[in-house]
Design a binder for this molecule. Structure first.
Ligand SMILES: [Zn+2]
Ligand SMILES: [Zn+2]
Ligand SMILES: [Zn+2]
Length: 249
């Protein structure tokens, strides 16, 4: 395909990306390639990086590597079923990337990269890119809204649905470019839905109620909440505390 040959020609030395051989490395390379393909096909030279830069989108950039490492960390986390183990992996990642937590350029890069993935998924018609978009948005939102827990919890809930993913991307890129405009129109046609934390099923938002303990998690009925309590009870109080503390600030 045209995309492939362009990649070879444009960024020829992709060894690092192929060496790490992660899913994200693969999508990264194709993102760079098809983004440049799109730009040379349409606008000639001006490719949009949605608030970030070509340098940051390079497969060997520090930001791209940080995204790959996070992706790998998340994959390890999904293999563990104990919470402490998962938290430990996450803590190590944050410690290793301490300087990125407060780096607004890195936050912008994450949203820009996810926007590129979204556009290439043809407005999420290709659902295969959704898992990596969600994983990276979770990181970006966690860092950008690290001291605003109400927003952070809300946005983390938002990205459970397609409509929510689009809303987040629109909000985070609208001051940089208009690339999410089509998505914005599509999102308006989607039903307002949320996910029940108990059964992980989508419901109209008005059918979901907050957990009375933390006011963050949502359930579609009482039974679902009761069944989920053995998982949620260890975090309910902690979530509530973070929420109240940050509202007080
Ligand atoms: Zn853009
Ligand atoms: Zn439910
Ligand atoms: Zn709760």
């Amino acid at each position: 395909m045209g995309k492939k040959s362009r990649r070879t020609r444009k960024t020829g030395n992709n060894d690092a990306a192929s060496a790490t051989a992660t899913a994200i490395a693969a999508t990264t390379a194709s993102a760079t390639a098809s983004a440049s393909a799109a730009s040379s096909a349409s606008s000639g030279t001006n490719q949009c990086f949605h608030g970030s830069t070509a340098g940051k989108f390079h497969p060997k950039s520090e930001y791209m590597k940080a995204a790959q490492v996070y992706f790998d960390a998340r994959r390890q986390m999904t293999l563990l079923d104990d919470r402490d183990g998962r938290n430990a992996i996450r803590r190590i990642y944050d410690e290793d990337h301490m300087h990125l937590i407060t780096d607004p350029d890195f936050h912008r890069f994450i949203f820009a990269y996810c926007t590129q993935q979204y556009l290439e998924s043809n407005n999420l018609k290709d659902q295969s890119r959704k898992p990596s978009i969600k994983v990276l948005l979770h990181l970006g939102l966690g860092y950008r809204y690290r001291s605003a827990s109400t927003e952070r919890h809300k946005y983390h809930r938002d990205i459970l649905t397609d409509r929510g993913i689009i809303k987040v991307l629109v909000r985070e890129t609208k001051t940089h470019c208009l690339c999410m405009n089509e998505g914005k129109v599509i999102a308006k046609t989607m039903d307002i839905i949320g996910i029940c934390h108990g059964c992980q099923t989508e419901f109209p938002k008005e059918n979901l109620s907050f957990c009375s303990g933390c006011q963050v998690l949502k359930y579609h009925n009482r039974e679902c909440q009761i069944n989920h309590w053995h998982i949620h009870k260890s975090s309910c109080e902690a979530i509530a505390k973070v929420r109240i503390d940050s509202n007080r600030e």
